[in-house]
Design a protein around this ligand. Structure first.
Ligand code: ZN
Length: 371
């Protein structure tokens, strides 16, 4: 989930992978033709629990192949390059200004395999964003690495095994930990302490102020939320292209001042931000206090507070998609910010394929760019 601006993507140049027999814009045949994919719609019909996504051709339950995954991402989501990262590539990506590339000891390659249900989960996460907003965040590249690294002063890459994925410069990087457990609270935090039943819940961090519970959820659901969080960063890049002031506006609307979050639901905070003065310290929301019922405007996760405005934005997008009603209850300012700006951001997102190409028609054309 980590995202930083320190040139992670650098000037790396990677080969563009094209699928044999299918090149975009040359009238290629989409992969998921019902006639050729007996696991497709029929399985969905037999499983009324899962509604077919109305936007795209259905993908099968269970495993899909890497070849299918790559084609789906290229055909439907406009991704140009999907590959398994190399050691050289990852070491280069850690290079900081004017320094030699760090080395990564005991580096290992990783991807979900030649066939995996996780490919389908990633696709469903992207579809969830597309279905919600009616446009697709701009993803140019998807790359798989075993884990994230951070260079130390000696030029050695130090493992960060709990980072599940990252996004920057149009590139989605997926690590082995991308299904790591996560959850949004199931309600607005309330001083009464009574909440909808949550079953098994994720334990609060040590020292964290209690609030609304975080229900334990399936690995698949966590995986999808982790991916959608990264797509929130992709949307941030689209939003920034559409409106260079978007994060200034976001910070003011949500209560971020100098990298610190304040409860924008408090009038003195709103007044201070409007007047350019320091908001009262008593309304400063610290990460261990993120779920405290005392806040009027309640963040959606500890990470949203600890990670700063960029992570808050990505968490807000993820919550809009997977915890929409809770987001409205906890944080009307965040919810409203998306509602008020999405049409501008969409001018820089990728257009959905025309409806005729999303059904069971064996024809697909190039994506159009909406802008
Ligand atoms: Zn992030």
């Amino acid at each position: 989930m980590a995202y930083d601006n320190n040139q992670r993507i650098s000037s790396l140049s990677v080969p563009i992978i094209t699928s044999p027999g299918h090149r975009r814009g040359l009238g290629g045949v989409p992969f998921f033709q019902p006639a050729l994919s007996p696991l497709g719609n029929q399985v969905l019909q037999r499983n009324p629990q899962r509604q077919p996504n109305p936007l795209f051709r259905s993908i099968p339950e269970g495993e899909i192949s890497r070849v299918e995954f790559d084609r789906y991402l290229m055909d439907y989501f406009g991704v140009q390059d999907i590959h398994t990262g190399t050691q050289d590539e990852q070491e280069m990506s850690l290079t900081r200004h004017g320094r030699p590339a760090p080395s990564i000891p005991n580096w290992q390659s990783w991807n979900p395999g030649t066939s995996s249900a996780d490919y389908a989960h990633i696709i469903r996460a992207i579809e969830a964003v597309a279905a919600t907003f009616g446009a697709i965040p701009t993803i140019r590249t998807v790359v798989f690495f075993k884990m994230d690294y951070e260079p130390n002063a000696a030029g050695i890459g130090v493992a960060r095994p709990d980072v599940g994925a990252s996004f920057g410069g149009g590139k989605l990087t997926v690590f082995e930990a991308f299904s790591r457990s996560r959850a949004f609270p199931n309600a607005r935090s309330d001083v009464s302490g009574s909440y909808p039943s949550a079953g098994v819940v994720l334990a609060p961090a040590a020292g964290e102020t209690p609030g609304a519970p975080l229900p334990y959820q399936s690995r698949e659901r966590s995986l999808r939320e982790n991916i959608v969080h990264e797509l929130g960063h992709a949307m941030a890049e689209d939003a920034h292209r559409a409106d260079p002031d978007v994060f200034t506006e976001y910070n003011r609307a949500i209560g971020w001042v100098g990298g610190q979050l304040f409860d924008i639901g408090q009038q003195p905070v709103a007044d201070a931000i409007r007047q350019g003065t320091s908001p009262p310290a008593q309304y400063h929301i610290r990460d261990l206090d993120w779920n405290n019922p005392q806040w009027i405007e309640q963040p959606m996760s500890r990470y949203a507070v600890a990670g700063g405005p960029g992570e808050d934005f990505a968490e807000t997008i993820a919550a809009y998609i997977y915890a929409n009603s809770v987001l409205q209850l906890r944080s009307p300012a965040r919810y409203r910010f998306i509602m008020d700006h999405i049409d501008i951001w969409k001018t820089q997102m990728q257009a959905l394929p025309p409806p005729v190409l999303r059904g069971d028609f064996p024809v697909i054309e190039e994506f159009r760019h909406m802008a």
